[in-house]
Design a protein around this ligand. Structure first.
Ligand SMILES: NC(=O)c1ccc[n+]([C@@H]2O[C@H](COP(=O)([O-])OP(=O)(O)OC[C@H]3O[C@@H](n4cnc5c(N)ncnc54)[C@H](OP(=O)(O)O)[C@@H]3O)[C@@H](O)[C@H]2O)c1
Length: 325
């Protein structure tokens, strides 16, 4: 038997149950990982609440974790029992003591990266890799705008931007979060509860505005973000924290300066094994060199996943959160 978080209907955090489940043997091409740490990500709130559909109910939750391989299915090469691994983008169900997943979603962990760091940074760090290095390859000296800069993805983005020599302007909801973002390499912050984002970006850039905005807030900041862009700038809309952006009249991109917009996902960038490995390689180098640290500011027992969801959804968390089996 193994313990796992499951839900049989969508809704608030209260739908999450901590249950005994039968241990499953890995099938062909699969491995079973005994989790040592599990990453918490905003996307799980979308699955739990029904914003994103799940393949079926009852369902497990979570796609990310790190631990030790304890069983290997037929035909698997490159992994053996006892290997230290991390994974992201696995089928839902990583909120569990053990998770069975396709071996091609896992990666061997270098010694320099511990389980909690891996669980806290795989999904968020790979996201920052594709955002800052692929969607819009950020250059030294460039000024960029990044929303939710003190969050899990945000603090990694602050550090990665600093390593690239870029000036990241981060939005935050208060002074403590501003300090955290600045301590992690943000060049400037905007407290959106008290300041006008567009006016502050104008001031900070001497009227130039920015070539790219990374926006995971969604509905509430869509137009504000477009207004922060230079002509022909790129809006990277990569999350729905306040709800999805919908009903957009494409003419708005013309009116606001021949803008570009993209709605990317990690799955769309880490879509082949060579791409996934190259992205992990770059992330692990950033972690090993100390350019990026995992800021695990909340740890919850696996059984308390509902409490962890409440904290993340209400903006109470900073940096990353892990669940511990
Ligand atoms: N497309 C992709 O590939 C991809 C991959 C990973 C994550 N994401 C997205 O990136 C975003 C960040 O994910 P994360 O896991 O790192 O979460 P997070 O940033 O740690 O948490 C969300 C943050 O959003 C901010 N926020 C702004 N308005 C909010 C509101 N009305 N309610 C609650 N929070 C609000 C809060 O910071 P303040 O208090 O400073 O406002 C909060 O801490 C999520 O939208 C997620 O879905 C997308």
């Amino acid at each position: 038997m193994t313990k796992a978080i499951r839900f049989s209907r969508t809704g608030g955090p209260e739908v999450l149950e901590f249950l005994d489940m039968d241990t499953r043997e890995p099938g062909p091409g699969e491995i079973r990982v005994s989790n040592r740490a599990i990453g918490l990500n905003y996307i799980e709130i979308y699955f739990r609440s029904g914003v994103y559909p799940v393949p079926g109910l009852p369902s497990g939750l979570g796609t990310e974790g790190a631990g030790v391989v304890d069983a290997v299915g037929e035909g698997v090469t490159g992994f053996a029992v006892g290997d230290r691994v991390a994974y992201a983008q696995a089928p839902l169900g990583s909120y569990a003591e053990q998770h069975v997943l396709p071996a091609d979603k896992a990666i061997q962990l270098p010694d320099a990266v511990d389980f909690e760091t891996a669980a806290a940074t795989m999904l968020k760090g790979l996201t920052v890799q594709y955002l800052l290095r692929q969607t819009w390859p950020v250059k030294a000296g460039e000024t960029i705008l990044f929303h939710a800069a003190a969050g899990g993805v945000g603090l990694i983005a602050c550090q990665w931007a600093r390593a690239l020599g870029a000036k990241l302007i981060g939005t935050v909801s208060g002074p403590e979060k501003a300090k955290l973002a600045l301590d992690h390499g943000a060049w400037a912050t905007i407290n959106y509860k008290e300041e006008n984002i567009v006016e502050r970006v104008r001031e900070l850039t001497g009227g130039d505005m920015v070539p790219v905005v990374y926006d995971s807030v969604g509905k509430d900041t869509w137009e504000t973000s477009l207004d922060c862009l230079q002509k022909r700038g790129l809006m990277v809309s990569f999350g729905n924290t306040t709800g999805p952006v919908s009903g957009v009249n494409i003419g708005i991109l013309n009116q606001k300066g021949s803008l570009f917009v993209t709605r990317p996902s990690l799955a769309g960038y880490a879509d082949t094994r060579p791409r996934f490995e190259a992205m992990c390689g770059e992330l692990f180098e950033m972690l090993a060199s100390g350019d990026i640290t995992a800021d695990i500011n909340q740890r919850f027992p696996l059984a308390d996943a509902a409490r962890a969801h409440e904290a993340l959804a209400s903006g109470q968390t900073t940096g990353s959160t892990v669940l511990l089996p």
